[in-house]
Each structure stands twice: as C-alpha cells, then as structure tokens.
Design a protein around this ligand. Structure first.
Ligand SMILES: Cc1cc2nc3c(=O)[nH]c(=O)nc-3n(C[C@H](O)[C@H](O)[C@H](O)COP(=O)(O)OP(=O)(O)OC[C@H]3O[C@@H](n4cnc5c(N)ncnc54)[C@H](O)[C@@H]3O)c2cc1C
Length: 566
C-alpha cells in the first residue's frame, strides 16, 4: 500500500522530468535598471540629510528585514513594546516552537549557528537569533523601543490630502518629494502624542498578536453570564509558567478553536493535569483542519509535495496563459492525487477518525491557506489518556457554569480559553486615517497588495508581513529586498490599474484553490511570485545551479541572497 502511495505521489514529478528538457529556461532578465541616475541625487539627499525620511513601524521579523534592506536611508523603526521579535516575544506559550525547519526560517545573509539541528527552535531561540541579526547588521541604532504609533495622518500631495490623484506621484515615484505621512507616537515617558513627518512609511505591525479576534454573542449569552474565568490566548501568553499551570491544574478547561495555538494550549492544559486531581480539557471545534505529525509524509520530505518548482507546476498561478491553463487542467487529477495521498497517509498515521477529527475538505486547501499545523508529539497520547476531549459545534455561547454547544449540550467549565485568533486588519485600521482605512481590504476581504507589498491606492507606504507562505520570514525578507530596490529606483511600479489587475489575478487563483483564501497565503505559487519580483529587480529568476536542483529542491532564502553581479 505504502509503495503504491509513493508511486502515485511521484508520478507527476516523473512525468514532468520527462517533459522538462523541452521547456525553455527563462533567460536572466535585466528589466528595470534604467533610471538609476535619475534617482541618484534624491538618494544622495536622503542619505546626507541627518533626519530620517522613512519610518518602519513594528520590530518583528518584517520590521527588522525592512530596517536592514533600507538602512541606506537611515530609517527610524518604531516598536511599541520593550523588545524586538514581535510574536516570538509577545504571543508565545511555554511550549511554542517554530513550525518551520531552521533553514527555512532564516535571513539570506545571517544563518542560524546550528542550522542543521533538526529540532524546531523554541521561541526563546528565535528571539536570540533575531537579536543576533539586529546586532550583526547594526540595526539597533534605528530602533526606538517603547514607541507606539497611535495615529498616522496623510499630509502628501501638496497638502491637498485627496490621496486619489497622482497616487504614487506624477512619475510613479515611490518616495514622495516632501513629507507624505505624519506619524503620531507615544512613549511611556510622555503621554502626549509626538508627531514626526516622513516621505515613506513601511507598515510591519503584524497579522497576529496585539488585537484578539473576540467572538460576539447575543445579549445574556456572552462572558458576562459565565461565573468562571474567560481568557484569550493573547492574555494567556503573558502568564509565567507557574501562573499558567495553576490556571489550568485541577480545573475544567474548555478551549475554543482548533488551530495551532489551540492545539498547543490543549497540550499545556493536559500536561498541567497529570496526576490524581487532573481534569480533562475539552476542545470546541467549529472548523476542522488537517494536522501533520512531522515534516515528512510517508518518509518523503514535505517540500517535495509543494515547495519545488516541479511540484508548484501542478498548481494554478496568476496570469498563467493558455498553455499553462490547459496543462493545469490536464494535471488536475495529479494535483488531487497528491492531496489525497497526503490525506490517506494522515488518516492512517493519526487517529483522526477515532476522534472525529478528519476534515472533509482536501488537504491542499489547508496548505494553500497556510493553515497546516504541526502536532506536538504528545497530542494524541494525551487524548488517549483522556486528558484532551473534542466536541464539534458550529456555534456556541456561555451559560453560568460553562458553554452551550449548537446541539444544546452544556459543557461545564471553570476556565474558557479563547484560541480564536487575531484581527491584524483591525490593527492596521486603528492607526491609518480615512480614506485609506476603508481601502485596506477589498470586497473579497483580502488586502490587494501588489507583490505582497504595495497597496495601489495608498501612496508612499508599503506593507510587509501581510502575505504568508510556508516561511513567513522568507516571504517578508524577499519583499523587503524588492522594496529596497524599488525605493532606490531600480525599477518603477506599474500604474494603479495594472497593479490591481495583478492583485485581482492572485486573489482569483487563491479563491479557486482554497475556501480559506482570506488568509492571503501564496504557498502554492510562491516560486512564481518570487520569479516576478526577481525579474522586476533585474535578477535572474531561476536561481539554482542546475536544472535538477531547480526541479527537485525547495526554494528558500538562501536562493535569494543579494545578487550583486546583477
Ligand atoms: C504562535 C505563532 C506561531 C507561529 N509560527 C510560525 C512558524 O512556525 N512559521 C512561520 O513562518 N510563521 C509562523 N508564525 C507567523 C508569524 O506571525 C510570522 O512568522 C512572523 O513572525 C510575523 O512577523 P511580523 O514582523 O510580520 O509581525 P509581528 O511578529 O507581529 O511583529 C509586529 C511588531 O509590530 C509591533 N507593533 C504593533 N503595533 C504597533 C504600533 N502601533 N506601533 C509600534 N509598533 C507596533 C508589535 O509590538 C510587534 O513587535 C507564527 C505566529 C504565531 C502567532
């Protein structure tokens, strides 16, 4: 059976191997070099002027990568808290680990000291790595900790404040000629808002953390009715080990959610309840998602299925043309076959059916929306011991002693933990002014970001960290490199309509690939996304040393080291 599965899975790769010698290798491109000279004086002016003209907001991986790529502009990086690291500092539990292997969550020019260590790093190790990065590239001089941006005003376009004409300047120039944005900050030392003007702003305030996604309830059915304790995972992160354990030990705990945070919480709860007076915790699940036990499927490394050029050839990409559309259509059984192979393996390997945890949607839909959670080793062992229980319910509300499910089952609880996620878009809306606030998401609920970075209707501003893929660090860093070259004038942005055409095409592909498209994940066409950016930067888009490597090895940050020769 296993052998048959291996064969089914490898079939597409074999077919394409036979076919690939016929495919032309895209030539190294030199698109968009020209008007370097045109911009030289402006850059010189910026470099020489002592005052920062570019603000970066947020000191997580995206803000740090932006600071490094824009350091020639001497930016200022505002970080609300007392530390860099973002979610790895403020949004982790005792047990939180990176889900991505080390070499896939690594800056292109700053390797993990122990990059071949196969264990997934803890959040503390990630923070150490990020501190090392900031020190190595002397980024601390740009960083202003405990400086929270509370409001941003548009002051561009000669003060007309319309924002809708000459959006990116007459010539589509990304950096304004004068101040475009005024950024209001507060620090713990001063409660009055201080305002600073900038010609360009990079928003890196993160999709997760800071603003919890709180469920709403009809009157009388919300947390005010419940006599126990209700806590969002964000507040749980603030507890030290002892406080977290005593919150759950010997208590009836209900966890709402079934994504990575909920799963980690359930394991922490089960561990706190080992021993005689332990109580089981119950996960209340609305939508099931596929979970995987490790980074290999039936002995095959995971990247083979989705992260090589060959595996992504099976998937639709934006603007793919007639030939590829036809190929995609013909290859759709193989695409489904790969997904089914993984589903069969996971169903065989994990007790999903026993616990009613087998999703009805294809695995690829979770992968394409960056929702694949790696299970902690002991998750099902704890369930087998009766310390984790599962209940499905599309709706739920509180009663005085717990929660009520949609079939009127009443679950008793002392503590209800909400692992209901975060509202990153609300975080952006809370600082951006109108009319831009209202433009953040389009009618499909997705941020229309050209190259995952530029909103066509929000001038002189970039957004990093809002498009996800298998490694968000890779996704953010490459976009910062692209942004750095855009600001240097290595290439121009296309017009507003062309940018919208591109973002529209991406959103359509995501919609056709997964019902969870609002998460804005490009994991099934990430290489194509990077190819397009490389071409704009004047880099060769095929970045491996040989055809075989191009086809069968995964792309990660090491493939996108700065290409000084180009
Ligand atoms: C628990 C958890 C596990 C994860 N695991 C993985 C994984 O295994 N692999 C992976 O690829 N991704 C993972 N992610 C996704 C993760 O969010 C990204 O990998 C990445 O860390 C996001 O970085 P960021 O810089 O874009 O945002 P953040 O890390 O959220 O950083 C944003 C920063 O902006 C600051 N900020 C916010 N508002 C303001 C303001 N108004 N003024 C000033 N500063 C502000 C915040 O304090 C924060 O420091 C995980 C996320 C979570 C929550």
């Amino acid at each position: 059976m296993d052998l048959l599965m291996h064969f089914t899975c490898l079939l597409p790769f074999v077919c394409l191997l036979i076919y690939t010698p016929l495919m032309p290798c895209p030539p190294s491109t030199t698109v968009g070099r020209p008007f370097l000279c045109e911009r030289e004086r402006e850059i010189e002016r910026m470099e020489k002027s002592g005052t920062p003209r570019v603000a970066i907001i947020g000191g997580g991986i995206s803000g740090l990568a932006a600071a490094k790529e824009l350091r020639w502009l001497e930016p200022v990086l505002f970080e609300a808290t007392d530390s860099i690291g973002g979610v790895w500092r403020h949004c982790c539990f005792r047990s939180t680990r990176l889900q991505t292997p080390r070499p896939d969550y690594e800056f292109s020019d700053y390797q993990w000291a122990d990059r071949n260590d196969p264990t997934f790093p803890t959040h503390t190790e990630i923070l150490e790595y990020l501190h090392g990065y900031a020190t190595h590239f002397d980024l601390w001089r740009f960083i202003k900790l405990e400086t929270k941006v509370v409001e941003i005003r548009f002051v561009g376009h000669g003060g007309t404040k319309t924002g809708f004409t000459d959006l990116w300047g007459d010539e589509g120039r990304p950096i304004a000629d004068g101040p475009a944005w005024e950024v209001g900050v507060v620090t713990p030392r001063s409660n009055t808002v201080q305002w600073c003007k900038f010609e360009f702003v990079v928003m890196c305030i993160g999709k997760y953390g800071d603003v919890p996604n709180m469920p709403t309830f009809p009157r009388g059915k919300g947390p005010e009715t419940f006599l126990g304790k209700v806590m969002h995972s964000l507040d749980y992160c603030m507890l030290d080990d002892e406080a977290a354990k005593s919150l759950m030990k010997g208590k009836k705990v209900v966890i709402i959610g079934y994504k990575k945070s909920a799963i980690d919480l359930a394991v922490e709860c089960a561990e706190a309840n080992h021993g005689g007076d332990g109580k089981p915790c119950t996960m209340v699940i609305r939508t099931l998602h596929w979970t995987v036990p490790s980074y290999s499927i039936s002995g095959l490394p995971f990247f083979l299925f989705f992260s090589t050029r060959l595996s992504q050839f099976l998937h639709e990409r934006p603007n793919q043309g007639l030939f590829r559309s036809l190929a995609c259509h013909l290859l759709s059984p193989l695409r489904r076959g790969v997904s089914r192979f993984i589903e069969s393996y996971l169903t065989w390997k994990l007790p999903l059916e026993k616990y009613g945890l087998k999703p009805t949607h294809p695995f690829v839909e979770d992968y394409a929306s960056c929702q694949m959670a790696i299970l902690p080793e002991n998750f099902f062992a704890e369930a087998d011991e009766g310390r984790i229980a599962f209940k499905r319910s599309s709706r739920w509300c509180f009663w005085e002693s717990g929660v009520v499910l949609d079939d009127d089952t009443k679950l008793e609880a002392d503590v209800v933990l909400l692992a209901t996620g975060f509202d990153g878009k609300q975080k952006l809306k809370s600082v951006l002014p109108e009319p831009f606030r209202g433009l953040i998401v389009d009618s499909s609920g997705v941020m229309p970001l050209y190259r995952g970075t530029i909103h066509p209707l929000i001038p002189h501003m970039a957004f990093v960290g809002y498009v996800e893929s298998v490694s968000n660090l890779h996704t953010s860093e490459l976009r910062c490199k692209w942004l750095g070259r855009l600001l240097r004038g290595h290439f121009k942005l296309p017009g507003t309509e062309a940018m919208f055409r591109q973002t529209g095409a991406e959103i359509e592909v995501m919609k056709r690939t997964t019902r969870f498209y609002r998460r804005h994940c490009i994991s099934t066409f990430s290489i194509n996304h990077s190819d397009d950016m490389c071409e704009e930067m004047g880099w060769s888009s095929w970045r491996k040393r040989s055809w075989l490597a191009e086809l069968f090895t995964a792309y990660n940050n090491q493939d996108y080291k700065d290409d000084e020769s180009q």
